[in-house]
Design a protein around this ligand. Structure first.
Ligand code: PMP
Length: 460
């Protein structure tokens, strides 16, 4: 008999991460990492910092696609998880109920307010979206679903059918029937579709995660009103924006919205345990779960997961206790203040935008010098110039950021909400230095860029 020890297992295989992934999980992903020089062996993480095997510190501005809102390895969430394990709570009953899910549901319903009175737990963001699609269609007795162009809602088949980015969808046709996308920000087109009174729900991110696009003034309020007028459920996808990311607990609160459906996930469990939820109006829930016979109309084995609930309760407590939502709002402002001047400073910078700690910078062809080189690089792959900034930010300044999406000259960051003023200042200074260097397009950089074409990173 030998005792299982994670520590000795990790010790005995240390340094094999990349090779093992290449052999067993995803060789193309490892190729991407190696091509752009992101192939570090990671040893440890704390808050907004990652440490590689040599002990070098990196500032993590991606936060696991925005999932580490309360910081990596947050000790108070960890303590709650250990406590839950040590209390030997009963866990999933199948035919029965436990206290933790009810407590977290009550908390989430209270935070969302407005029409939200019911909570259905899932194990991921895309599953929360699937629940919205399925329940929304059943509740309205309608089949069509509208979403926004360039929207992102997850990669399972239903969520993918609502995806507004052809690079995600074109290889997986046919998707579900009855789905259509409307331009984000255009109320006239939305009304044209809704007027047919056959749309079950309009699914929309309050701030589009791919490229960080903010809604035009009045758009979301107008969309909600049109949905009400034509009997369509208004569904706000807060998977990325929820729990303080944009400087409010939920982004929809910036505009005083009262959605019928709200999807959440990502940072709810502090990044420790897969979790998601669909928050909804009572009327939606009651039209599907309308009898004892239909008491189990939707669900999945692991949801609600006991540890996810414990982590979720601790995360909500942590957000409030540490004032992280307000911190996100304040540091987001600071970040814009420090980076907006880049638009005037550099010909190649088109726009800097953000809300709370969701931030992006967009590049475009310079009017003056460097135009030819910029064109050459963009011809190899659209958006490649952004990679010329992301790579040295990582390799020279030890800051982790990301090209926002396919075909986009946009860099996006979603830092843990625990970043400090110093972190934000360090990023702004490194960004300025890196853009300055990239704009000169030295031969070594362009050569690298051309060989790295095809290795654009962002998926989610
Ligand atoms: N909706 C939005 C707005 C998202 O940003 C994401 C993930 N990036 C999803 C849904 C899907 O969540 P998950 O990756 O947990 O399935």
């Amino acid at each position: 008999m030998s005792e299982f020890s994670l520590e000795s297992l990790l010790d005995s295989r240390r340094g094999e991460d990349l090779d093992l992934w290449a052999r067993t999980i995803n060789p193309q992903f490892v190729r991407v990492l190696r091509t752009i020089g992101f192939d570090r062996t990671w040893a440890r993480a704390e808050g907004a910092y990652l440490y590689d095997a040599d002990g070098a510190r990196y500032l993590d501005l991606l936060g696991g696609f925005g999932m580490y809102g309360v910081g990596r390895n947050n000790p108070r969430i960890r303590a709650a998880l250990i406590e839950a394990l040590e209390l030997e709570t009963p866990g999933m009953l199948a035919m029965g109920t436990t206290l933790l899910p009810g407590l977290l549901a009550e908390e989430l319903i209270g935070l969302a307010g407005g029409r939200v009175e019911r909570c259905l737990f899932t194990s991921s963001g895309t599953e929360a979206v699937e629940a919205a699609l399925k329940l929304g269609r059943a509740a309205t007795g309608r089949t069509r679903v509208l979403s926004a162009e360039h929207g992102f809602h997850g990669l399972t088949l239903g969520s993918l059918s609502a995806n507004g980015n052809p690079e995600f969808t074109e290889r997986f046709q046919p998707l579900l029937p009855g789905f259509a996308q409307v331009p984000f920000g255009d109320l006239d087109v939305l009304e044209e579709e809704l007027r047919r009174e056959d749309v079950a729900l309009f699914l929309v991110e309050p701030l589009q995660g791919k490229g960080i696009h903010l809604p035009p003034a009045g758009y979301l309020e107008g969309a909600q009103e049109l949905c009400r007028r034509y009997g369509t459920l208004f569904c706000v996808d807060e998977v990325m924006t929820g729990f303080g990311r944009t400087g409010r607990m939920f982004a929809f609160q910036h505009w005083g919205l009262e959605p019928d459906l709200v999807t959440v996930a990502k940072s709810l469990s502090g990044g420790y345990v897969p979790v998601g939820a669909l928050l909804m109006a009572r009327s939606v829930h009651e039209s599907v779960f309308d009898s004892m016979q239909h008491a189990m109309s939707h669900g999945s084995t692991f949801a609600p997961n006991e540890l996810a609930m414990a982590a979720g309760l601790a995360t909500v407590h942590e957000l409030n206790e540490q004032g992280l939502v307000e911190q996100s709002a304040r540091l987001g402002e600071r970040l814009l203040e420090l980076t907006r001047p880049l638009v005037d400073e550099f010909d190649v910078v088109r726009e800097v935008r953000g809300l709370g700690l969701a931030w992006a910078i967009e590049f475009g062809e310079p009017q003056g010098g460097g135009r030819v080189a910029y064109r050459m690089i963009e011809r190899a792959q659209r958006g490649l110039f952004a990679q010329l900034v992301v790579v040295p930010l990582f390799t020279q300044h030890q800051i982790l950021s990301q090209v926002a999406g396919h075909d986009m000259a946009v860099i996006r960051i979603l830092p843990p909400l625990v970043v400090t003023d110093e972190d934000v200042e360090e990023f702004a200074a490194a960004l300025r230095a890196t853009i300055k260097e990239a704009q000169r397009m030295p031969r070594s950089l362009t050569k690298f860029a051309l060989s790295a074409a095809g290795a654009t990173m962002s998926r989610r």
